[in-house]
Every structure is written in C-alpha cells, then in structure tokens.
Ligand binder design. Structure first.
Ligand code: OAD
Length: 274
C-alpha cells in the first residue's frame, strides 16, 4: 500500500500509477462520503447540529421514532439543512469524478451523501444509498416505496409542521435514510453487485464507519479489486487500500483526471494487475 501526502508532496509517480490503473479498468466504481462535499462547504452530518440544533443528538432527529414524536422539530431541522445546502455547488472533486466518465463511460458513483452534488456535477450513474435531502415522500409510502411528494405544489401551515401526503393525509418526510432504517433495497443490492464485480474502486472522503456502505470496499477487495483511497486521514479502509492518497479530494482528483487524460488510449485490458 502506498501512502502519499497532499499537494506537491504527492509523488507524480503515484498519481500516474493510479491513473494508469484506473485507465485499464473495465468496471470502475467510486464510493464517496461526506468528505467529497467538504470543499463545497457542506457541513458533515454532525456539523449540521449547530446553533439551536446543537442541543440535539442526531439520533433524536434522524429516526422514525423522533419524527413520530415531534414531526415539526425533525421537519424544521431538515429545512435548516436544506437552506444550508441551497447555496452549495459541486466542487472540483465532484467535477473531476464526473469528468472521469468522459474517459471511462462505464463509471458508477455510489454515494452516502444526500446533497445531490454528484448529479449536479454531471455524473450520470449515481447510486444514492442514503437518499436525497431535496426529495420528500409520504411517511407511510402509501402509493409504494417511495411515494415521492412534490411539496412545492402543496400549501400548508408551516407552523403546524410538515405538509400532509395529498394521497393519504400522512405526514410528509424527507426522502433520506434515518438511523434504525433499512437502505433502499434496490440501491443497496446494485451497490453490492458492483462491489463484487468491480476491478478498481476509488474510495473518496468516507470514514468507513457507517454500515452497510463501509463494507463495500471490503467486498470489492475480497473479489480482487484494486482499492484507491483519497482522504486526508487514515481510516479502516486504509488497511486494505492499495493506494492511500492523503489530502483533500478537490486537490487530488483533478490531478488524477489530468494524468488519466495523458494515458495513451487503449481498450481496457480487463482487471489491472494490483
Ligand atoms: P464522515 O463525516 O463520517 O467522514 C468524512 C470523511 O471525509 C472523514 O474520513 C474525513 O477525514 C474525510 N474528509 C474530510 N475532508 C475531506 C476532503 N476535503 N477530501 C476528502 N476526504 C475528506 O462521513 P461519512 O463517512 O460519509 O448516514 O459518513 C456519513 C454518514 O454518517 C452519513 O451518510 C450519515 C451519517 O450517519 C446517514 O444519514 C444514514
């Protein structure tokens, strides 16, 4: 495993080697976490407990039980997070990942983030394991899972709390995964399938502690994939990474994309040698 430091101290040879491995990939996958959005100014999940929200523990706000107990409190916290997100734009990391697709069109992005910034940056195949904070759904999924609700089309008394489902009258909630909840089954199944078949997995900006997403790099490694981690810190994934490029994703990924473009064109030769 090669561990490189950020910026000018990252050996160009490491960037070139990673780019060459990526270029030869037949089934590349990128797994991202909150770190890839840090340079967009998105507070991490726990940073969003600021100001008046600091008195709460995430588990008091991001669970079905918390919502049932106090739907207005939970809805207002997500409105607070949506307002913080409204000004956020994709950063160079998101844009670099989207640009990889111009060289490797088969690239798939699996993200734990709910900010929608990979799609906004132009990535065309994104699996949002934890949902999307910009979407809302019926708490009872009365028309099927998920029963998405366009709240822009609804009028409701905001002081009373969330809007009501136009189909069944149940509360409307954010379309995100809460603690104690299962991930969307189809998304998770596809994420596991891709992790079992990928030959190169880029793991960007995740602490690797939240399951089941954290198990995907290990599944990929067990099936013979090359693991490339980009993170200023070491994580549990670092232990199995073939490369750990230590630094901000917004600085490192553009270097990799530039090197990727410099790799001579040739058809993927199947799984690269690790
Ligand atoms: P974390 O906040 O647990 O970890 C963020 C990771 O990004 C850390 O390892 C940082 O070192 C790294 N990092 C920070 N700045 C970075 C940068 N500029 N470039 C690259 N990496 C950087 O976030 P996640 O691992 O994504 O789950 O876990 C967050 C999940 O926990 C959320 O999806 C949420 C929460 O419980 C649900 O909501 C279900």
């Amino acid at each position: 495993m090669t561990d490189s430091q950020p910026g000018p101290t990252i050996p160009e040879s490491d960037i070139a080697e990673v780019a060459a491995v990526l270029r030869r990939s037949a089934r590349p996958v990128v797994l991202t976490g909150a770190g890839v959005s840090k340079e967009s100014g998105i507070p991490t999940f726990r940073d969003a407990l600021d100001g008046l929200w600091a008195q709460y523990d995430p588990e008091q706000l991001a669970t079905p039980r918390a919502f049932r107990r106090n739907p207005k409190l939970v809805w207002d916290w997500y409105q607070h997070r949506r307002e913080m997100l409204a000004a956020a734009r994709p950063n160079p990391a998101h844009r670099a990942i989207a640009e990889v697709e111009t060289v490797l069109p088969q690239l798939v992005v699996i993200t734990q983030n709910i900010d929608g910034l990979h799609v906004a940056a132009g990535s065309s195949d994104v699996i949002a394991l934890h949902g999307d904070i910009r979407r809302n759904k019926c708490f009872d999924n009365c028309q099927g899972d998920p029963t998405l609700v366009d709240v822009a089309a609804l009028a409701w008394d905001r002081d009373a709390g969330p809007p009501r489902c136009p189909h069944c009258g149940a509360w409307v909630r954010p379309d995100v995964v809460w603690f104690e909840e299962m991930l969307p089954a189809a998304a998770l199944e596809r994420a596991y399938d891709l992790s079992h078949s990928t030959d190169v997995m880029l793991v960007v900006g995740t602490s690797g502690v939240v399951q089941p997403a954290a198990s995907l790099p290990f599944a990929a490694k067990q099936h013979g994939a090359t693991i490339i981690e980009i993170n200023p810190e070491m994580t549990s994934i670092t232990l199995i990474a073939d490369w750990h490029l230590s630094g901000p994703a917004g600085a490192i990924l553009p270097l990799i994309v530039a090197a990727l473009r410099a790799v001579p064109d040739h058809p993927p030769e199947g799984p690269p040698d690790a």
